[in-house]
Write a protein that binds this ligand. Structure first.
Ligand code: NDP
Ligand code: MG
Length: 388
């Protein structure tokens, strides 16, 4: 029986993770669930899964949830804050941690799981973007197992040989092909970008996701963050990664080999597939996902990305190449810009503008330790806010 902590249990990935776990009560048991604002949903999860810990943001929320749990006769202990999240991530009983908090808030708890040598299912790409070198170093030192849950990286992982840790070129890999749907505005003319609403941006054509990643998909910052994520996960550089727009989201990414072979991982766009793969790896379990019906799909389309209309992809590549704290700066600016757009304090096109201005304005530092990364993150947030 594997004990699983689900960080960000009330979110889109968290709920899908619990759905897969629900299907396999003989294999997985929920050790901890965590939330930020959706405390009622977290309470329902406590009733169903009876975890050892539930974690909420504040002490007052924890007190309220604790009394509800006691009234219900549950043994669940309610913790709070970052300390509570880290405790749930690194507890000795825990085998697997699903890292599915959104944004920079996921960094410390994800690193706590990594430092404790857990099997970490990584959905929270922002943590790897912010602190890539420190993160990967920590995985190696702690002997943690890092499995990508982001569908594209999970696809690449599935198409790579198990020995790829020694460098992609050594196993005959020529290129990683990172696919993206192009988001809801794939064909929208640039002069209409300013009028886009948060509702339109969050209505992704293929995937149902949290608001932040939905907006990132619409600006294609998501593909940029994924480019950086792939560089760290597979120890490569942007030159070895081509972004391909594939509007149906059936091929989740591909690996091209030097002998002319190209391997693709395909499936319906449902995150329960990569989640189930991560949970069961190297085995396979059912995920509740329908089989792919190729005849019904009938057609798969591909095109090159348009970096003129979607500059965030270029910005991410530049940030990775600049190195140091540049990706953390870009990530932080983007979090502020997306939040402002969702609250109608910035236009859709402002997101790319703010990201570019902050990235170009701030000095890049050597990320010696987490403190430097956090300082760069804070300064970038402050700078982005001042632009608003
Ligand atoms: P959601 O917004 O749906 O969920 C985010 C989760 O994080 C919620 O449980 C939320 O709690 C919690 N959370 C938010 N802020 C904080 C905070 N400050 N402290 C602690 N917990 C917090 O996001 P998604 O599930 O869509 O995405 C999660 C991560 O997975 C992101 O990094 C995203 O990029 C990545 N990802 C998501 C995919 C998807 O299909 N959704 C695909 C690939 C990657 P609450 O709800 O209670 O407020
Ligand atoms: Mg993805």
């Amino acid at each position: 029986m594997q004990q699983v902590t689900v960080l960000g249990a009330t979110g889109s990935i968290g709920v899908s993770t619990l759905d897969v776990i629900r299907r396999h009560p003989d294999k997985y048991s929920v050790f901890a669930v965590t939330a930020n604002s959706r405390v009622d949903e977290l309470y329902q999860q406590c009733v169903e899964f009876q975890p050892v810990y539930a974690v909420v943001a504040s002490a007052s929320q924890a007190q309220a949830l604790q009394s509800r749990c006691v009234q219900q006769g549950l043994q669940t202990e309610v913790l709070n804050g970052e300390e509570g999240l880290c405790q749930a991530a690194k507890a000795p009983e825990v085998d697997v941690v699903m890292a599915a908090i959104v944004g920079a808030a996921g960094l410390e708890p994800t690193l706590a799981a990594v430092s404790a040598g857990k099997k970490v299912l990584l959905a929270n790409k922002e943590s790897l973007v912010m602190a890539g070198a420190l993160f990967i170093d920590c995985v190696r030192r702690a002997g943690a197992t890092l499995l990508p849950i982001d569908s594209e990286h999970n696809a690449m992982f599935q198409c790579l040989p198990v020995t790829h840790g020694n460098g992609l070129s050594n196993v005959g890999v020529r290129k990683l092909l990172l696919t993206g749907s192009g988001g809801p505005f794939r064909t929208l003319p640039l002069d209409q970008f300013d009028a886009v609403t948060p509702e339109q941006a969050c209505a992704h054509p293929n995937w149902s996701m949290g608001q932040k990643i939905s907006v990132d998909s619409a600006t294609m910052m998501n593909k940029g963050l994924e480019l950086i994520e792939a560089c760290w996960l597979f120890d490569t550089t942007p030159e070895q990664i081509d972004v391909v727009i594939h509007k149906q989201s059936i091929i989740h990414s591909l690996v091209q080999y030097s002998d002319g072979t190209t391997l693709a991982q395909m499936g319906n766009p449902d995150m329960r597939t990569p989640i189930a793969y991560g949970l069961a790896w190297p085995e396979r379990i059912t995920a509740g996902v329908d089989d792919l019906d190729l005849v019904q799909i009938a057609q798969l389309d591909f095109e090159a990305p348009d970096e003129h209309r979607f500059p965030c992809l270029r910005l991410a590549r530049e940030a990775f190449i600049a190195g140091g704290t540049a990706p953390a700066i870009l990530n932080a600016a983007n979090e502020i810009a997306v939040e402002a757009f969702l609250h109608r304090r910035a236009s859709f096109s402002d997101i790319a503008r703010i990201n570019e201005t902050v990235l170009n304005k701030l000095e890049v530092w050597e990320p010696k330790d987490l403190g430097v990364v956090q300082k760069a993150d804070a300064l970038a947030r402050q700078t982005a806010l001042s632009l608003l």
